[in-house]
Ligand binder design. Structure first.
Ligand SMILES: O=P(O)(O)OC[C@H]1O[C@H](O)[C@H](O)[C@@H](O)[C@@H]1O
Length: 283
């Protein structure tokens, strides 16, 4: 059975989203994808959707201790409840710990939570729309806990080998491919499997020379930026990626993981967000 998408089309921006994962799956601007969605994405609710913006919560990858599962937590595969959209919001959803009690990994949730996630478009000064994503994480319980959170944004590019990512120069990062800690020199260029957690929160600009466009991501409420691309060999073993499709995206993720996880005290709401806009390449 196929999931039913929600569709918003205002003539310039076309957005498609699913209640499964509160997952914004596509953003096309003037007919061109800004967010990438895999042609082989599983859209029957049995898996996380490969592409768009998966929401990782309350842990990232295999979690703070490396022993959490499933990957990226329990909410990207949960069915979220539609919530009332406010102001310019196109869609909003909510999800609580009580909605995922029987999900795999539920026993590893650090405490009761209530999430609200909203997708909004606003015109920018230059007349180009800006996409705003915002996740609010509320702790309704009696104890303080920590959560890892990420908006795992798949940015569509013409050819990942011709991409330069600006805004991370001099940032320290953990290279998860080699396990080493390093410092970025100049813009990020991808030349192989890339999985890095940068200790910096944007703005970050993806210069997509083959695609003739730049995409800027402006994060809020998180201290880290993750850059990920599986490259050819990893992609070949990933069932929801087709041949060569790894060239068409780079994940630039607004993230709060490990030592930078978010502490949420009783009654507190932490907000993490990201705004995306397109620009002429090279400027
Ligand atoms: O395949 P997924 O569970 O969606 O994860 C895809 C990727 O997400 C993040 O970028 C992590 O840093 C990677 O280690 C992981 O491989």
């Amino acid at each position: 059975m196929s999931l039913t998408p929600r569709v918003h089309d205002d003539g310039r921006s076309r957005l498609m989203a699913y209640d499964h994962g509160a997952h914004l799956a596509t953003w096309e601007l003037d007919g061109e994808p800004v967010l990438w969605l895999s042609e082989a994405a599983v859209l029957d609710g049995s898996h996380a959707i490969r592409g768009g913006v998966p929401i990782c919560f309350p842990w990232f990858a295999d979690g703070p201790d490396g022993e959490h599962s499933p990957s990226h937590g329990v909410v990207r595969t949960a069915v979220w409840r539609p919530a009332t959209a406010q102001g310019e919001e196109i869609w909003a959803w909510e999800l609580s710990h009580t909605d995922v009690v029987s999900a795999p990994g539920a026993d590893q949730i650090p405490g009761p939570f209530h999430l609200r996630y909203a997708v909004r478009l606003s015109p920018s000064g230059a007349g180009r729309p800006v996409l705003h994503l915002e996740l609010q994480a509320h702790n309704p319980g009696p104890s303080t806990y920590e959560v890892e959170v990420a908006l795992h944004t798949y940015v569509a590019v013409g050819d990942v080998e011709q991409v330069q990512i600006e805004g991370l120069d001099t940032a320290d990062y953990l290279d998860k491919v080699t396990g080493s800690r390093r410092r970025q020199e100049g813009p990020v260029r991808l030349t192989g499997e890339t999985d890095r957690v940068y200790e910096r929160s944007g703005p970050v600009r993806v210069q997509d020379h083959a695609g003739g466009r730049a995409v800027e991501l402006s994060p809020r409420g998180a201290a880290q930026t993750v850059v990920w691309n599986p490259w050819a060999e990893q992609a070949a073993t990933t069932s929801d990626l087709t041949d060569e499709s790894w060239r068409r995206f780079v994940c630039v993720e607004t993230a709060a993981t490990k030592e930078q996880a978010l502490t949420v005290t009783p009654g507190q709401t932490r907000t993490l967000g990201c705004s995306l806009s397109t620009h002429p390449v090279g400027r």
